[in-house]
Ligand binder design. Structure first.
Ligand code: ZN
Length: 232
């Protein structure tokens, strides 16, 4: 199969990458997924992702046929060197540079390089990721400029042109829900609402109308606000 028809999705099992999975399955004839285990303090996203993948795949016959293998890459060394609220038991606050303590330095840069190395081996030169500039926490590694520069360095360093698709880059969280509805109807929205995980605290006790979570961490607040805007 030509490389043009294939994609490798960076798939965490969260709302954004689940939407991107449907987006990629609609567009490309073969889609493989890759997840990174970087020593997340709450590993619930990693445990949700297999279920999310299976349920989304079963929504359409063509999606089932297109979905290829899942790959897990162990990046626990990243967690070991990162002192952040996602990898250690520290409070979610803003640090002296104005970035939230949930920022894991280098995370997307490392993910992209590993995804490309895997894609190189699998014969896939197109990466897909759920990065979003519009309403994220100002993470500098989610900016289009950072991603463009990283992809340029990867293409040079591997002597092969790699591309990165980020369908959510300029969408609000409300528009991301609308995109999911467009791609897979109410059934996809329901899978994303009830199966994906976003909460920074790993809370999964109560099902709110926008999904599971503590309801008060920045990730839950963003998700809840996006859901109400979408429903309105
Ligand atoms: Zn939360």
């Amino acid at each position: 199969m030509s490389e043009q028809k294939q994609a490798l999705l960076m798939f965490s099992g969260g709302q954004d990458s689940a939407t991107c999975l449907a987006w990629a399955l609609e567009r490309y004839e073969r889609v493989e997924t890759v997840g990174f285990d970087y020593g997340q303090r709450h590993n619930i996203e990693m445990t949700c992702r297999a279920d999310v993948r299976d349920k989304i795949k079963d929504l359409k016959k063509s999606w089932r046929e297109r979905l290829g293998p899942d790959h897990i890459i162990d990046l626990s060394n990243l967690g070991a060197i990162s002192e952040t609220a996602l990898t250690r038991d520290v409070e979610i606050t803003l640090n002296s540079t104005g970035l939230p303590s949930t920022f894991v330095p280098g995370r997307n840069l490392i993910f992209l390089n590993f995804a490309a190395a895997l894609g190189y081996r699998r014969g896939i030169a197109r990466l897909v990721g759920g990065m979003c500039e519009a309403d994220f926490s100002g993470y500098p590694d989610c900016r289009a400029e950072t991603l463009d520069a990283t992809m340029k360095s990867i293409s040079l360093g591997m002597d092969k042109v790699f591309s990165l698709e980020t369908p959510l880059m300029h969408l609000s969280k409300a528009s991301a829900w609308a995109l999911a509805e467009n791609l897979g109807g109410a059934a996809l929205v329901e899978i994303i609402r009830t199966q994906t995980h976003t909460c920074y605290l790993g809370e999964r006790g109560v099902l709110h109308d926008w999904g599971y979570g503590c309801g008060t961490c920045p990730a839950c607040e963003l998700r809840a606000a996006g859901w109400s805007a979408y429903r309105a």
